[in-house]
Design a binder for this molecule. Structure first.
Ligand SMILES: [Zn+2]
Length: 462
Protein backbone atom coordinates (compact mmCIF):
# COMPACT_ATOMS: atom_id res chain seq x y z
CA UNK A 1 0.00 0.00 0.00
CA UNK A 2 1.08 3.54 -0.68
CA UNK A 3 -1.31 5.64 1.34
CA UNK A 4 -1.82 9.26 0.48
CA UNK A 5 0.65 11.47 2.21
CA UNK A 6 -2.11 13.49 3.90
CA UNK A 7 -3.55 13.04 6.35
CA UNK A 8 -0.61 10.93 7.53
CA UNK A 9 -2.61 9.48 10.37
CA UNK A 10 -6.12 9.97 11.50
CA UNK A 11 -6.64 13.39 12.95
CA UNK A 12 -3.29 14.17 14.31
CA UNK A 13 -3.06 17.02 16.71
CA UNK A 14 0.40 18.41 16.98
CA UNK A 15 1.60 19.38 20.37
CA UNK A 16 4.55 21.52 21.01
CA UNK A 17 7.09 20.18 23.45
CA UNK A 18 5.92 22.49 26.21
CA UNK A 19 2.42 21.21 25.78
CA UNK A 20 3.62 17.66 26.12
CA UNK A 21 5.57 18.61 29.19
CA UNK A 22 2.40 20.11 30.60
CA UNK A 23 0.50 16.99 29.75
CA UNK A 24 2.98 14.82 31.54
CA UNK A 25 4.00 17.08 34.40
CA UNK A 26 2.33 16.25 37.65
CA UNK A 27 0.46 13.46 35.99
CA UNK A 28 2.58 10.55 36.96
CA UNK A 29 0.99 7.29 37.93
CA UNK A 30 -1.03 7.61 41.08
CA UNK A 31 -1.55 11.33 40.96
CA UNK A 32 -4.96 11.20 39.32
CA UNK A 33 -8.27 10.63 41.00
CA UNK A 34 -10.43 9.53 38.14
CA UNK A 35 -13.79 8.55 39.44
CA UNK A 36 -14.86 6.88 36.24
CA UNK A 37 -13.51 3.36 36.16
CA UNK A 38 -15.40 2.00 33.22
CA UNK A 39 -12.41 0.77 31.35
CA UNK A 40 -11.15 2.75 28.47
CA UNK A 41 -11.94 5.85 26.56
CA UNK A 42 -10.42 7.05 23.36
CA UNK A 43 -8.18 9.97 24.02
CA UNK A 44 -5.07 10.08 22.00
CA UNK A 45 -1.79 8.55 21.15
CA UNK A 46 1.37 10.25 22.19
CA UNK A 47 4.31 10.08 19.91
CA UNK A 48 7.53 12.00 19.69
CA UNK A 49 9.85 12.48 16.78
CA UNK A 50 12.20 15.17 15.65
CA UNK A 51 11.55 17.19 18.77
CA UNK A 52 7.81 17.30 18.10
CA UNK A 53 5.18 15.48 20.04
CA UNK A 54 1.79 14.49 18.90
CA UNK A 55 -1.45 13.27 20.28
CA UNK A 56 -3.32 11.17 17.81
CA UNK A 57 -6.94 10.97 18.71
CA UNK A 58 -8.15 7.43 18.60
CA UNK A 59 -5.70 5.78 20.94
CA UNK A 60 -7.02 4.15 24.09
CA UNK A 61 -6.91 5.72 27.50
CA UNK A 62 -7.12 2.94 30.01
CA UNK A 63 -7.91 3.52 33.62
CA UNK A 64 -5.56 1.90 36.04
CA UNK A 65 -6.78 0.69 39.45
CA UNK A 66 -5.05 3.48 41.28
CA UNK A 67 -6.53 6.11 39.10
CA UNK A 68 -3.48 6.49 36.93
CA UNK A 69 -3.99 6.11 33.27
CA UNK A 70 -2.12 5.02 30.25
CA UNK A 71 -2.32 6.22 26.73
CA UNK A 72 -1.61 3.19 24.66
CA UNK A 73 0.02 3.61 21.37
CA UNK A 74 -1.40 1.92 18.38
CA UNK A 75 0.29 -1.18 17.08
CA UNK A 76 3.60 -0.37 15.54
CA UNK A 77 4.57 2.10 18.21
CA UNK A 78 7.18 1.29 20.74
CA UNK A 79 5.89 1.92 24.18
CA UNK A 80 3.02 3.48 26.05
CA UNK A 81 3.26 6.90 27.61
CA UNK A 82 1.96 7.05 31.13
CA UNK A 83 -0.24 9.89 32.19
CA UNK A 84 -2.63 10.33 35.06
CA UNK A 85 -5.75 12.31 35.67
CA UNK A 86 -5.73 15.61 37.39
CA UNK A 87 -6.22 19.32 36.90
CA UNK A 88 -3.51 19.48 34.33
CA UNK A 89 -5.36 17.08 32.13
CA UNK A 90 -8.30 19.43 32.03
CA UNK A 91 -6.01 22.23 30.97
CA UNK A 92 -4.49 20.03 28.37
CA UNK A 93 -7.87 18.91 27.18
CA UNK A 94 -8.86 22.49 26.53
CA UNK A 95 -5.61 23.03 24.71
CA UNK A 96 -6.28 19.90 22.74
CA UNK A 97 -9.75 21.09 21.85
CA UNK A 98 -8.37 24.41 20.71
CA UNK A 99 -5.74 22.68 18.67
CA UNK A 100 -8.29 20.33 17.21
CA UNK A 101 -10.37 23.29 16.15
CA UNK A 102 -7.35 25.04 14.69
CA UNK A 103 -6.19 22.02 12.77
CA UNK A 104 -9.57 21.01 11.49
CA UNK A 105 -9.81 17.73 13.36
CA UNK A 106 -13.27 16.34 13.04
CA UNK A 107 -16.26 15.50 15.22
CA UNK A 108 -14.73 12.18 16.22
CA UNK A 109 -11.79 14.00 17.71
CA UNK A 110 -14.10 16.37 19.49
CA UNK A 111 -16.12 13.51 20.92
CA UNK A 112 -12.99 11.80 22.10
CA UNK A 113 -11.80 14.94 23.75
CA UNK A 114 -15.16 15.52 25.35
CA UNK A 115 -14.92 12.16 27.08
CA UNK A 116 -11.45 13.01 28.19
CA UNK A 117 -12.70 16.32 29.54
CA UNK A 118 -15.43 14.54 31.44
CA UNK A 119 -12.91 12.27 32.99
CA UNK A 120 -10.65 15.13 33.82
CA UNK A 121 -13.58 17.08 35.18
CA UNK A 122 -14.42 14.26 37.52
CA UNK A 123 -10.93 14.43 38.90
CA UNK A 124 -10.52 18.16 38.91
CA UNK A 125 -12.03 21.05 40.78
CA UNK A 126 -11.35 23.32 37.86
CA UNK A 127 -14.79 23.16 36.33
CA UNK A 128 -14.31 26.35 34.42
CA UNK A 129 -11.54 24.89 32.40
CA UNK A 130 -13.47 21.73 31.76
CA UNK A 131 -16.54 23.66 30.74
CA UNK A 132 -14.50 25.75 28.36
CA UNK A 133 -13.16 22.60 26.80
CA UNK A 134 -16.63 21.18 26.47
CA UNK A 135 -17.87 24.37 24.86
CA UNK A 136 -15.06 24.31 22.37
CA UNK A 137 -15.81 20.73 21.57
CA UNK A 138 -19.52 21.37 21.28
CA UNK A 139 -18.80 23.98 18.68
CA UNK A 140 -16.81 21.45 16.73
CA UNK A 141 -19.38 18.69 17.00
CA UNK A 142 -22.43 20.79 16.38
CA UNK A 143 -21.11 23.15 13.76
CA UNK A 144 -23.20 23.46 10.61
CA UNK A 145 -20.58 21.80 8.45
CA UNK A 146 -20.46 18.76 10.66
CA UNK A 147 -24.23 18.47 10.54
CA UNK A 148 -24.32 18.84 6.80
CA UNK A 149 -21.74 16.14 6.27
CA UNK A 150 -23.51 13.53 8.30
CA UNK A 151 -22.00 10.78 10.35
CA UNK A 152 -19.08 10.16 8.04
CA UNK A 153 -18.00 13.78 7.96
CA UNK A 154 -14.79 15.27 9.12
CA UNK A 155 -13.62 18.82 9.26
CA UNK A 156 -11.01 18.73 6.53
CA UNK A 157 -13.50 19.58 3.83
CA UNK A 158 -14.59 22.60 5.87
CA UNK A 159 -11.36 24.31 4.98
CA UNK A 160 -11.88 24.19 1.25
CA UNK A 161 -12.49 27.69 0.04
CA UNK A 162 -14.18 27.68 -3.33
CA UNK A 163 -12.95 31.21 -3.87
CA UNK A 164 -9.37 29.93 -3.74
CA UNK A 165 -9.81 27.26 -6.38
CA UNK A 166 -7.24 27.82 -9.12
CA UNK A 167 -9.04 28.99 -12.24
CA UNK A 168 -9.51 26.53 -15.06
CA UNK A 169 -11.39 26.95 -18.31
CA UNK A 170 -12.40 24.44 -20.93
CA UNK A 171 -12.67 26.99 -23.69
CA UNK A 172 -9.45 25.52 -25.07
CA UNK A 173 -7.45 22.31 -24.84
CA UNK A 174 -4.62 22.15 -22.33
CA UNK A 175 -1.00 21.28 -22.97
CA UNK A 176 0.95 18.83 -20.85
CA UNK A 177 2.68 21.75 -19.15
CA UNK A 178 -0.63 23.42 -18.38
CA UNK A 179 -1.95 20.18 -16.97
CA UNK A 180 1.05 19.81 -14.68
CA UNK A 181 0.81 23.44 -13.62
CA UNK A 182 -2.87 23.16 -12.81
CA UNK A 183 -2.56 19.99 -10.74
CA UNK A 184 0.35 21.55 -8.86
CA UNK A 185 -1.68 24.68 -8.25
CA UNK A 186 -4.53 22.70 -6.71
CA UNK A 187 -2.09 20.87 -4.45
CA UNK A 188 -0.40 24.12 -3.44
CA UNK A 189 -3.72 25.79 -2.69
CA UNK A 190 -5.13 22.94 -0.61
CA UNK A 191 -2.10 21.20 0.89
CA UNK A 192 -4.14 19.56 3.64
CA UNK A 193 -6.16 17.53 1.17
CA UNK A 194 -4.36 17.56 -2.17
CA UNK A 195 -1.03 16.06 -3.16
CA UNK A 196 0.74 16.32 -6.51
CA UNK A 197 2.66 13.27 -7.65
CA UNK A 198 4.28 11.82 -10.72
CA UNK A 199 3.65 8.21 -11.72
CA UNK A 200 6.93 7.75 -13.56
CA UNK A 201 7.84 8.80 -17.06
CA UNK A 202 6.85 7.81 -20.57
CA UNK A 203 9.08 6.27 -23.23
CA UNK A 204 10.16 9.75 -24.23
CA UNK A 205 10.65 10.79 -20.61
CA UNK A 206 7.55 12.90 -20.23
CA UNK A 207 6.10 13.01 -16.75
CA UNK A 208 2.88 11.21 -15.92
CA UNK A 209 1.43 13.56 -13.31
CA UNK A 210 -1.46 12.92 -11.00
CA UNK A 211 -3.25 14.51 -8.10
CA UNK A 212 -4.54 12.84 -4.96
CA UNK A 213 -7.45 14.50 -3.22
CA UNK A 214 -8.06 13.03 0.21
CA UNK A 215 -10.44 14.91 2.49
CA UNK A 216 -11.54 11.81 4.36
CA UNK A 217 -9.44 12.27 7.49
CA UNK A 218 -8.24 8.71 6.89
CA UNK A 219 -4.77 7.63 5.89
CA UNK A 220 -5.95 4.81 3.64
CA UNK A 221 -9.53 5.40 2.60
CA UNK A 222 -11.14 3.53 -0.24
CA UNK A 223 -9.91 5.24 -3.36
CA UNK A 224 -11.23 6.15 -6.79
CA UNK A 225 -9.00 6.29 -9.85
CA UNK A 226 -9.81 8.52 -12.81
CA UNK A 227 -7.40 8.08 -15.70
CA UNK A 228 -7.43 9.61 -19.15
CA UNK A 229 -5.51 9.46 -22.40
CA UNK A 230 -4.60 5.84 -22.71
CA UNK A 231 -4.97 6.83 -26.35
CA UNK A 232 -3.07 9.97 -27.20
CA UNK A 233 -5.44 11.06 -29.93
CA UNK A 234 -8.45 11.24 -27.59
CA UNK A 235 -7.86 14.61 -25.91
CA UNK A 236 -11.41 15.05 -24.68
CA UNK A 237 -10.62 12.16 -22.33
CA UNK A 238 -7.69 14.18 -20.99
CA UNK A 239 -9.85 17.21 -20.38
CA UNK A 240 -12.58 15.15 -18.73
CA UNK A 241 -10.15 13.95 -16.08
CA UNK A 242 -8.56 17.36 -15.69
CA UNK A 243 -11.99 18.80 -14.88
CA UNK A 244 -12.59 16.53 -11.90
CA UNK A 245 -10.77 18.43 -9.12
CA UNK A 246 -12.57 21.71 -9.78
CA UNK A 247 -15.94 20.02 -10.24
CA UNK A 248 -15.56 18.00 -7.05
CA UNK A 249 -14.19 20.72 -4.79
CA UNK A 250 -16.41 23.49 -6.14
CA UNK A 251 -19.69 21.60 -6.04
CA UNK A 252 -19.14 19.74 -2.80
CA UNK A 253 -19.58 23.08 -1.05
CA UNK A 254 -23.27 23.05 -1.94
CA UNK A 255 -24.04 19.47 -2.93
CA UNK A 256 -24.42 17.26 0.14
CA UNK A 257 -24.10 14.04 -1.85
CA UNK A 258 -20.90 15.16 -3.48
CA UNK A 259 -19.62 16.34 -0.13
CA UNK A 260 -20.26 12.92 1.31
CA UNK A 261 -18.29 11.28 -1.52
CA UNK A 262 -15.46 13.74 -0.94
CA UNK A 263 -15.36 12.71 2.69
CA UNK A 264 -15.56 9.00 1.95
CA UNK A 265 -13.12 8.40 -0.89
CA UNK A 266 -9.68 9.52 -1.95
CA UNK A 267 -9.57 10.59 -5.58
CA UNK A 268 -6.62 9.82 -7.80
CA UNK A 269 -6.79 12.05 -10.84
CA UNK A 270 -4.38 11.12 -13.64
CA UNK A 271 -5.14 12.86 -16.94
CA UNK A 272 -2.24 11.58 -19.06
CA UNK A 273 -1.58 7.85 -19.10
CA UNK A 274 0.11 8.29 -22.49
CA UNK A 275 1.79 11.69 -22.62
CA UNK A 276 3.88 10.79 -25.66
CA UNK A 277 0.84 9.84 -27.68
CA UNK A 278 -0.79 13.03 -26.44
CA UNK A 279 2.15 15.09 -27.68
CA UNK A 280 2.34 13.22 -30.99
CA UNK A 281 -1.44 12.92 -31.45
CA UNK A 282 -1.14 9.18 -31.86
CA UNK A 283 -3.30 6.48 -30.38
CA UNK A 284 -0.27 4.42 -29.35
CA UNK A 285 2.70 5.25 -27.20
CA UNK A 286 6.03 6.35 -28.66
CA UNK A 287 6.91 2.73 -29.44
CA UNK A 288 3.76 2.31 -31.47
CA UNK A 289 2.09 0.08 -28.88
CA UNK A 290 -1.52 0.38 -27.71
CA UNK A 291 -1.27 0.76 -23.95
CA UNK A 292 -4.89 -0.22 -23.50
CA UNK A 293 -4.26 -3.66 -24.99
CA UNK A 294 -1.20 -4.24 -22.85
CA UNK A 295 -2.68 -5.21 -19.48
CA UNK A 296 -3.03 -8.73 -18.24
CA UNK A 297 -6.46 -10.32 -18.16
CA UNK A 298 -7.75 -13.75 -17.21
CA UNK A 299 -6.38 -15.36 -20.37
CA UNK A 300 -2.99 -13.64 -20.37
CA UNK A 301 -0.45 -13.50 -17.55
CA UNK A 302 1.37 -10.46 -16.25
CA UNK A 303 4.60 -11.84 -17.72
CA UNK A 304 3.03 -11.91 -21.18
CA UNK A 305 1.64 -8.41 -20.75
CA UNK A 306 2.96 -5.01 -19.74
CA UNK A 307 5.32 -4.48 -22.63
CA UNK A 308 4.86 -0.70 -22.37
CA UNK A 309 6.46 1.33 -19.63
CA UNK A 310 3.24 3.33 -19.33
CA UNK A 311 1.15 0.25 -18.55
CA UNK A 312 3.84 -0.85 -16.11
CA UNK A 313 3.42 2.45 -14.26
CA UNK A 314 -0.33 2.01 -14.23
CA UNK A 315 0.09 -1.52 -12.87
CA UNK A 316 2.28 -0.23 -10.04
CA UNK A 317 -0.20 2.43 -9.02
CA UNK A 318 -3.16 0.10 -9.35
CA UNK A 319 -1.54 -2.56 -7.22
CA UNK A 320 -0.23 -0.15 -4.61
CA UNK A 321 -3.59 1.50 -3.98
CA UNK A 322 -6.06 -1.26 -4.83
CA UNK A 323 -8.72 1.12 -6.03
CA UNK A 324 -12.29 0.56 -5.03
CA UNK A 325 -13.54 2.01 -8.27
CA UNK A 326 -12.01 3.43 -11.40
CA UNK A 327 -12.97 5.12 -14.61
CA UNK A 328 -10.85 5.03 -17.75
CA UNK A 329 -11.79 7.90 -20.05
CA UNK A 330 -11.72 7.54 -23.81
CA UNK A 331 -13.41 9.20 -26.73
CA UNK A 332 -14.82 8.27 -30.10
CA UNK A 333 -18.31 7.35 -28.93
CA UNK A 334 -20.81 8.16 -26.19
CA UNK A 335 -21.00 5.08 -24.03
CA UNK A 336 -20.57 3.70 -20.53
CA UNK A 337 -18.84 0.31 -20.55
CA UNK A 338 -17.74 -2.20 -17.95
CA UNK A 339 -15.88 -5.54 -17.71
CA UNK A 340 -15.46 -7.90 -19.22
CA UNK A 341 -13.91 -6.68 -22.42
CA UNK A 342 -12.45 -10.05 -23.39
CA UNK A 343 -15.51 -12.24 -23.04
CA UNK A 344 -19.23 -11.92 -23.33
CA UNK A 345 -19.67 -13.82 -20.09
CA UNK A 346 -21.11 -11.80 -17.27
CA UNK A 347 -19.09 -10.87 -14.21
CA UNK A 348 -20.43 -11.67 -10.76
CA UNK A 349 -20.99 -7.94 -10.46
CA UNK A 350 -22.98 -7.72 -13.63
CA UNK A 351 -26.10 -6.61 -11.83
CA UNK A 352 -24.27 -3.76 -10.17
CA UNK A 353 -22.48 -2.77 -13.35
CA UNK A 354 -25.72 -2.63 -15.25
CA UNK A 355 -27.49 -0.54 -12.64
CA UNK A 356 -24.52 1.79 -12.20
CA UNK A 357 -24.09 2.04 -15.95
CA UNK A 358 -27.69 2.99 -16.43
CA UNK A 359 -27.56 5.74 -13.81
CA UNK A 360 -24.29 7.01 -15.20
CA UNK A 361 -25.53 7.07 -18.78
CA UNK A 362 -28.60 8.97 -17.62
CA UNK A 363 -26.41 11.53 -15.88
CA UNK A 364 -24.43 11.95 -19.10
CA UNK A 365 -27.49 11.90 -21.31
CA UNK A 366 -26.04 8.92 -23.17
CA UNK A 367 -28.16 6.20 -24.68
CA UNK A 368 -25.65 3.34 -24.56
CA UNK A 369 -24.42 1.48 -21.51
CA UNK A 370 -23.29 -2.10 -21.79
CA UNK A 371 -20.64 -4.65 -21.04
CA UNK A 372 -17.57 -3.60 -22.95
CA UNK A 373 -17.42 -6.87 -24.91
CA UNK A 374 -20.83 -6.06 -26.33
CA UNK A 375 -19.43 -2.82 -27.72
CA UNK A 376 -16.60 -4.74 -29.27
CA UNK A 377 -14.31 -7.44 -27.92
CA UNK A 378 -10.81 -6.53 -26.85
CA UNK A 379 -8.01 -8.11 -24.88
CA UNK A 380 -5.76 -6.36 -22.42
CA UNK A 381 -7.79 -3.32 -21.40
CA UNK A 382 -7.19 -1.51 -18.13
CA UNK A 383 -10.67 -2.13 -16.79
CA UNK A 384 -10.41 -5.91 -17.13
CA UNK A 385 -7.04 -5.85 -15.38
CA UNK A 386 -8.28 -3.62 -12.56
CA UNK A 387 -11.43 -5.61 -12.01
CA UNK A 388 -9.71 -8.98 -12.32
CA UNK A 389 -6.76 -8.25 -10.06
CA UNK A 390 -8.13 -5.74 -7.57
CA UNK A 391 -11.90 -6.15 -7.72
CA UNK A 392 -11.96 -2.52 -8.77
CA UNK A 393 -15.40 -1.51 -9.98
CA UNK A 394 -14.02 -0.16 -13.20
CA UNK A 395 -15.73 1.51 -16.11
CA UNK A 396 -14.76 2.92 -19.45
CA UNK A 397 -16.39 6.20 -20.40
CA UNK A 398 -16.43 7.10 -24.07
CA UNK A 399 -17.06 10.77 -23.47
CA UNK A 400 -17.58 12.21 -26.95
CA UNK A 401 -18.31 11.01 -30.45
CA UNK A 402 -15.50 13.12 -31.79
CA UNK A 403 -12.15 12.31 -30.29
CA UNK A 404 -11.32 15.99 -30.49
CA UNK A 405 -14.60 17.83 -30.21
CA UNK A 406 -14.67 21.51 -31.04
CA UNK A 407 -13.55 23.89 -28.33
CA UNK A 408 -17.04 25.33 -28.44
CA UNK A 409 -18.42 22.04 -27.18
CA UNK A 410 -15.55 21.00 -24.92
CA UNK A 411 -16.98 22.53 -21.76
CA UNK A 412 -20.22 20.64 -22.14
CA UNK A 413 -18.33 17.40 -22.86
CA UNK A 414 -16.31 17.65 -19.67
CA UNK A 415 -19.33 18.71 -17.66
CA UNK A 416 -21.18 15.65 -18.84
CA UNK A 417 -18.17 13.48 -18.06
CA UNK A 418 -17.99 14.90 -14.53
CA UNK A 419 -21.68 14.25 -13.96
CA UNK A 420 -21.17 10.69 -15.13
CA UNK A 421 -18.09 10.30 -12.97
CA UNK A 422 -19.91 11.11 -9.79
CA UNK A 423 -22.98 9.13 -10.78
CA UNK A 424 -20.71 6.09 -11.07
CA UNK A 425 -19.02 6.82 -7.77
CA UNK A 426 -22.36 7.44 -6.11
CA UNK A 427 -23.49 4.02 -7.28
CA UNK A 428 -20.35 2.52 -5.78
CA UNK A 429 -20.99 4.39 -2.55
CA UNK A 430 -24.59 3.25 -2.46
CA UNK A 431 -23.39 -0.29 -2.81
CA UNK A 432 -20.73 0.10 -0.17
CA UNK A 433 -22.52 2.40 2.22
CA UNK A 434 -19.11 3.93 2.65
CA UNK A 435 -17.51 0.73 3.85
CA UNK A 436 -14.05 -0.48 3.01
CA UNK A 437 -13.30 -2.01 -0.31
CA UNK A 438 -12.62 -5.61 0.54
CA UNK A 439 -14.79 -8.07 -1.30
CA UNK A 440 -16.86 -10.12 1.11
CA UNK A 441 -15.86 -13.74 1.51
CA UNK A 442 -19.18 -14.84 0.11
CA UNK A 443 -18.77 -12.64 -2.95
CA UNK A 444 -15.18 -13.73 -3.39
CA UNK A 445 -16.24 -17.36 -3.34
CA UNK A 446 -18.59 -16.69 -6.20
CA UNK A 447 -15.88 -15.10 -8.30
CA UNK A 448 -15.08 -17.04 -11.37
CA UNK A 449 -13.00 -16.32 -14.41
CA UNK A 450 -14.63 -17.81 -17.46
CA UNK A 451 -12.15 -19.39 -19.78
CA UNK A 452 -13.97 -18.91 -23.00
CA UNK A 453 -11.81 -18.23 -26.01
CA UNK A 454 -11.43 -14.51 -26.67
CA UNK A 455 -13.20 -13.18 -29.68
CA UNK A 456 -10.63 -11.92 -32.14
CA UNK A 457 -12.85 -10.16 -34.63
CA UNK A 458 -12.27 -6.73 -35.99
CA UNK A 459 -11.83 -4.12 -33.33
CA UNK A 460 -13.01 -0.62 -33.61
CA UNK A 461 -10.64 1.84 -32.08
CA UNK A 462 -12.09 4.00 -29.34
ZN1 LIG B 1 -9.51 5.08 -26.41
Amino acid sequence: MAPPSWPPLKMIIRYSLPALALLLAGCGPGTGRASRQDGAVDLGRLTQSDGQSRVEVGGRLDSAPDGASTVQRDSGSDQPADIGFGPDLAVDTKAAADLAADTGAGPDAAADLRLAADLAGDASADRDVTDAASTAMDAMVEGPEADASGDGGCALADNISVAKLPPISFAAYHSQQQIEDYLQAVAATFPAIATYKVNGKSVQSRYIPYLIINATCQASPPAIFANGTHHGDEPSSTESVLAIPDYLLRNSATDASLRSLLETYAFYVLPLVNPDGFALNTRENADGLDINRDYSYPLRSDAESFQTVEAQHMKSLQESVGFRAAIAYHSGAQEVLWPWCYTGDDTVDGEFFTAAGQKTAQAMNFAIYQQSYDDYPTQGEYIDFAYWKSNTLAATFEVSTDKTPSVASLASVVDSACKGTFAWIQAVSDRDHGSLHALSAAAAARRRFPLTAPFDGTNRLE
